[in-house]
Design a protein around this ligand. Structure first.
Ligand SMILES: [Zn+2]
Length: 119
């Protein structure tokens, strides 16, 4: 691998740490929101209860996505530390720097991601 330069890695690490911070914040906020919805269910009418349940399930799926992303970001940070960051876990090729900068937690190259998404 021509490799990522030290600066590239620093940039990527900064992006990843930023994501960790944002995701953790998001998860804390939505945890609080989910709690409020649960309380409301006993006090509101049927229609708004349905609304509340929809909101709650939306919040739950957003939380799920954030949790998954947090896992990937954490993994990426680890592989950055172990110096095995930036390789596709599908085909072992280098992942393009542009792609990493746009999505630092990516563990698949574009063509593997494409195949993956189609399944
Ligand atoms: Zn690949």
């Amino acid at each position: 691998m021509e490799g990522l330069s030290v600066k590239n890695k620093q940039d990527l690490q900064r992006l990843l740490l930023q994501s960790v911070k944002e995701l953790k914040q998001h998860l804390n906020i939505s945890k609080a929101a989910a709690g409020i919805v649960t309380l409301d269910q006993t006090t509101v009418g049927r229609v708004s209860r349905v609304d509340a349940m929809q909101q709650q399930s939306m919040a739950a799926s957003t939380r799920e996505m954030a949790t998954q992303r947090l896992k990937k970001v954490t993994l990426a940070l680890k592989s950055l530390e172990n110096d095995c960051y930036g390789y596709c876990s599908g085909c072992d090729e280098e992942i393009a720097l542009n792609r990493l900068l746009a999505q630092p937690e990516a563990n698949l190259c574009l063509s593997c991601q494409d195949k993956h998404d189609r399944h």
